[in-house]
Design a protein around this ligand. Structure first.
Ligand code: SF4
Length: 369
């Protein structure tokens, strides 16, 4: 079973914190870009003919900013070229303020059955400061168009002077919109983004303050019936993201488009981040990849540990031993002795204790060889 990720690198304008491959001034290239996407999908299907597709994820950028027919074409192409399971989870990321009834209708017609909305915060002043294109009201209107559908919302924490109360109100807004899945991401001020200056000026929440907000919102979401199944992801029962679960289980996925990464047959590879370079490569039948690594041995083991320990399902040690023909307890006995107080073991399952999951990086890095 494998997933497909389709990257749409266009946005209306750049958010102040954004470090993704998204290019607000390149929207005029959307048609040629999608023509190349369709070609890459066909090429990847020929390269990997036996993969059964369980999930498709259209992310960006802002997929909803382009003509919905282009998106529909991409889904049709995936279904034509690959074997896609009947009950496949097909997600699209939406930015409120770029959707309308017609778009949603077409998305649903081609089989999109999960909608991930970039809310970030329910406060218009904060949205404006982040250079988001929408308001809280736009979010609710977007949800209104999606009534009864499987909706997820992204929420950012660590913003300028953001309080836990504000984040709780943002969660309330998401709940009012009918979401069954919420991703809570801590703002990461990347060098070169406008918000990095604010970070240097000490205008953003400190790491400790953000951790406190995270703990507060985690408890609040629990009260509201959301299970935390990964560090940043919370879902009502039955609404985990299958696409992301596949990443954390170290499952295979094929990424198409600018900056898209793939993991197939033990190889990780990434496409170019530049739209023109991507279009030229595909047109001239060259590979758009800019990096490729076969992951094996201790690197593969570390990947499995790192991904699994981010989730509440944890690491299945029996499976790990079978996959890598090792004895986990013996191989990692020193780390286990040092860090076991932060972890929990039930039978074959090793997890990071609930209260330490947010700071899992330090624990996980110990497993690196
Ligand atoms: S909408 Fe998303 S991808 Fe586009 S600029 Fe904002 S954060 Fe970046």
């Amino acid at each position: 079973m494998a997933g497909i990720y389709i990257h749409v690198p266009f946005c209306k304008q750049k958010c102040t914190y954004c470090d993704f491959a998204s290019y607000p001034r390149e929207l005029s290239k959307a048609e040629s870009y999608f023509a190349c996407l369709y070609r890459e999908i066909q090429g990847r299907a020929k390269q990997y003919p036996n993969k059964i597709i369980d999930t498709v994820y259209i992310g960006g950028g802002t997929p909803s900013v382009v003509d919905a027919n282009l998106i529909a074409g991409a889904i049709r192409q995936v279904k034509k070229c690959f074997t896609v399971k009947k009950d496949a989870e097909i997600t699209i990321e939406l930015n409120p303020g770029t959707v309308d009834e017609q778009k949603i209708k077409l998305y649903k017609q081609v089989g999109i059955n999960r909608f991930s909305i970039g809310l970030q915060t329910g406060f218009d002043e904060q949205l404006k400061k982040l250079n988001r294109i929408h308001t809280a009201k736009d979010f609710l209107q977007c949800c209104n168009l999606l009534k009864g559908e499987n909706i997820s919302a992204d929420v950012l924490i660590g913003l300028h002077d953001q309080t836990l109360e504000q984040v709780k109100k943002t969660v309330d807004l998401a709940l009012a919109g009918g979401v069954s899945h919420i991703s809570v991401y801590a703002l990461t001020p990347e060098v070169g983004t406008p918000i990095y200056t604010d970070y240097l000026n000490g205008e953003l929440l400190s790491d400790d303050e953000t951790a406190d907000v995270y703990d507060g919102v985690r408890a609040y979401l629990k009260e509201k019936g959301f299970e935390r199944y990964e560090v940043s992801n919370f879902a009502k029962a039955g609404f985990r993201s299958r696409h992301n679960m596949n990443y954390w289980k170290r499952g295979e996925y094929i990424g198409v488009g600018v900056s898209a990464s793939s993991f197939v047959d033990g190889r990780r590879f990434t496409n170019t981040f530049k739209i023109d370079e991507y279009i030229n490569a595909v047109i001239y039948n060259k590979s758009p990849e800019i990096s490729s690594d076969v992951i094996e041995g201790s690197d593969a083991q570390f990947e499995q540990i790192m991904l699994a320990l981010r989730t509440s399902d944890g690491l299945n040690i029996k499976e790990f031993n079978q996959n890598f023909s090792v004895d986990f307890d013996n191989e990692y006995k020193e780390v286990l002795a040092k860090k076991m107080r932060f972890m929990e073991r039930k039978g074959d399952i090793l997890t990071i204790k609930d209260e330490y999951l947010y700071v899992q990086n330090d624990i996980i890095l110990e497993f690196m060889k």
